[in-house]
Design a protein around this ligand. Structure first.
Ligand code: PRP
Ligand code: MN
Ligand code: MG
Length: 173
């Protein structure tokens, strides 16, 4: 449980939402007139996706895919696809929405799988980025907040399933 580990307040809801608004402004500008298909990666991205979509000033569609690779605070390296994408991405302007790109294993797999389905364009919006941990040369065009290599919980991100409902972000100490 969360109580096995110590967490300290890290970023406030106001700081998080300011970053969400900045990403929304960038997407609204870059996809004006294009009706992009946003694909949110469950479970972690649900809160970011929800807040982001409310801030967009363009038409868009939203779909969901579910993958998981973490046990506790460590990536297992094996990314499991649990719920596949139902919607066709062929010819669409696709933006993958993630809560965090950490080692990049998850995003590498998603870019390969979705990229193989011939989208018109494919970019990533990740709310958090941990560049120190990245193990693949990925281009993440839209980045909310760059953070150091510490495990974080809250705002959709979990520690063994808990903490996703916190408004603020907490950092393992
Ligand atoms: C977390 C996070 C990202 C991924 C990032 O998901 O939400 O999807 O790990 O890590 P990576 O860059 O090292 O692959 P997780 O596998 O914990 O599933 P969850 O979203 O259901 O919590
Ligand atoms: Mn995830
Ligand atoms: Mg997780």
């Amino acid at each position: 449980s969360l109580h096995n580990k110590e967490f300290a307040p890290y970023l406030t809801e106001a700081e998080l939402l300011a970053a969400v608004r900045r990403v929304a402004t960038e997407l609204s500008r870059d996809y004006a007139g294009q009706t992009p298909l946003l694909i949110a990666v469950l479970n972690g991205s649900f809160m970011f996706a929800s807040d982001l979509l409310k801030e967009l000033t363009i038409d868009c569609e939203i779909s969901f895919i579910r993958v998981a690779s973490y046990a506790g605070t460590s990536s297992t390296g094996a990314v499991k696809e649990i719920l596949g994408l139902q919607d066709s991405v062929e010819g669409r302007h696709v933006v993958i929405l993630e809560d965090i790109v950490d080692t990049g294993h998850t995003m590498k797999m998603l870019l390969e799988q979705i990229g193989a389905q011939r989208p018109a364009s494919l970019e990533v919006a990740s709310f958090l980025m941990k560049p120190e941990c990245l193990q693949h040369p990925l281009t993440i065009k839209y980045q909310g907040i760059v953070i150091p290599n510490k495990f974080v919980v809250g705002y959709g991100l979990d520690y063994d399933g808990l903490g996703r409902n916190y408004r603020d972000l907490y950092q393992a100490v």
